[in-house]
Design a protein around this ligand. Structure first.
Ligand code: ASP
Length: 297
């Protein structure tokens, strides 16, 4: 039996508060357990990262699905993607507005296989045609996200992190990654970040490993961060070192953020150049760890 592992993150950025940090780490761990159970029962890495991502989208603490950040106009536009590393199929949605779980729509885009990325109105229409129930955007807006948006407009607090992601390797040695976000708070309408872009917000390749990124999307896009980290792992560099190298490259681009990874040997890695990143991981022995202080060593 190959070693299987799951790692999840709940976003990188300024430290919100110790209390919120602890809650985010606990939320990540609970979610990692959902994915780990799937892996332990012989399920695929793809199913594990999808289930983890759905749970994080449903947790109002995180900036994805319910609890998403609001844009300049006070509206939610969500980005998500999912990718498997065996045949490198990938599906993504961007600026989608009327679904509960964007990652499930991304998965359907992947399964249909006609396109890789659908955005805006077309993504919402695709979701309807595929039988996803229309979800009132108002239900995605939490009181905390609204309050935060109002205070940010007054210039009072830094933008909130909380994008979510998961990476896993299963018993067959297959890897997968998923990432989901409400994007950056106060973003321009129509802005699409790194999260739904293969190579930037996520990447998966069985010959290397899987990566999910979080942080300033514009810099992550410019550095094609997830593919950069995967290329390091393909060269035999362990996940932890590959992620650290990737975050240093992000810093050279003037960006702040973090990433999680598993390599083809089942080793896990995570790092950020921000004071805060919530994360959790569980390996094949059931060894659990989680935290929220994640500066680059
Ligand atoms: N990377 C996300 C974006 O730029 C935001 C985040 O990770 O917090 O949309």
């Amino acid at each position: 039996m190959r070693r299987f592992t799951i790692v999840v993150h709940g976003g990188a950025g300024p430290l919100p508060s110790e209390e919120r940090g602890r809650a985010a780490a606990a939320g990540c761990l609970q979610t990692a357990r959902i994915g780990h159970r799937i892996l332990a029962e012989g399920g695929s890495a793809l199913e594990a990262v999808q289930a983890a991502c759905v749970a994080l989208e449903d947790d109002p603490l995180f900036n994805a699905g319910t609890g998403s950040c609001l844009n300049e106009e006070g509206r939610i536009e969500m980005d998500a993607a999912i990718m498997e590393g065996t045949t490198r199929r990938v599906g993504a949605v961007a600026a989608i507005t009327r679904v509960k779980n964007p990652v499930l729509v991304a998965r359907r885009v992947m399964d249909r296989g006609r396109h890789v990325l659908l955005a805006g109105e077309g993504a919402d229409r695709f979701a309807r045609e595929e039988g996803f129930a229309p979800y009132p955007p108002a239900l995605l807006v939490t009181a905390a996200a609204l309050q935060r948006w109002q205070r940010e407009r007054e210039g009072k607090i830094p933008p909130r992190p909380g994008t979510v992601g998961a990476v896993a390797i299963d018993q067959e040695g297959r890897v997968a990654a998923a990432t989901s976000t409400g994007g950056t708070s106060g973003k321009a309408p129509g802005r699409i970040g790194d999260s739904p872009i293969p190579g930037a917000g996520l990447y998966a390749h069985d010959a290397a490993g899987a990566v999910s990124a979080t942080g300033q999307g514009e810099a992550i896009l410019r550095g094609v961060l997830s593919r950069h980290i995967c290329d390091r792992m393909a060269a035999g560099i362990p996940a932890q070192q590959a992620v650290e190298e990737g975050i240093r490259e992000l810093a050279r681009l003037g960006g702040e953020g973090g990433a999680i990874a598993v390599d083809r040997e089942g080793r896990a890695g995570f790092a950020s150049n921000t004071p805060f990143m919530s994360w959790a991981m569980i390996d094949a022995d059931g060894q659990e760890s989680s935290g929220y202080r994640c500066r680059l060593p």
